[in-house]
Design a protein around this ligand. Sequence first.
Ligand code: OAD
Length: 230
Amino acid sequence: MVLTGAGVSAESGIPTFRGPDGLWKNHKPEELASPSGFAKDSALVWEWYNWRRDVIRKAKPNLAHYALVDMESRIEEFTLITQNVDNLHFEAGSQNVHELHGNIFNVKCTSCGFKADNYAVSNNAPKCPDCGNLLRPDVVWFGEELNPAVLAKAQEASATCELFFIIGTSALVHPAASFPSIAKANGCFLVEINTEDTPLTPQANEVIRGKASEWLPKITILYDKITGKS
Ligand code: OAD
């Protein structure tokens, strides 16, 4: 099992949330990523999301994303849970990917049940084609429940996996940050790949301190050596 966070996409040029250059340094999550922020100023929220959609649209997967595609091709049961909304794991070619916090290119209606994937938005007040009410990004905001099916998948994979890579996440947002503890309680081996320490570092069986795009390709090469595939 693999859990990824914003650090995996950092080298694709997508800003992370925390840290000196993180999005939450200059923006308030409660204003831009919460139902109450959207109710207060939906145009501001859409302006921010449209800016992020532009940044992400121009970004390409990096070696970390591609190494995870490679890893999936070698392992019989492989589950990738991502907190990222940038679609880059899919773009790289990963298949068993579950987006815990949604996808920035998807929208849903604030009023009726309308939902659409990869939906073009051209202004800061996009309207539902079915009922005319305001659309919103189909992402999970602070204070909102995760998609129950995705959460169940993540919990099940956590409880049954033998090897768990925690990659590029500050491990501060729950429930994602609690998946490795579920795995560890079931005897799983935890590997953390991050440029910095996180609250999960003490639990990890192996800590790789560095960039995901540098270390993940090395791990797949090592796997080949160990299994005699190269
Ligand atoms: P954060 O921005 O909180 O953390 C990014 C992590 O990536 C940090 O621990 C960095 O040290 C690490 N990092 C940075 N560059 C790296 C690299 N090249 N290789 C490896 N690690 C690197 O992002 P998340 O943990 O993903 O939620 O944040 C979790 C959630 O908080 C997000 O999904 C978002 C945010 O608020 C919502 O919007 C609901």
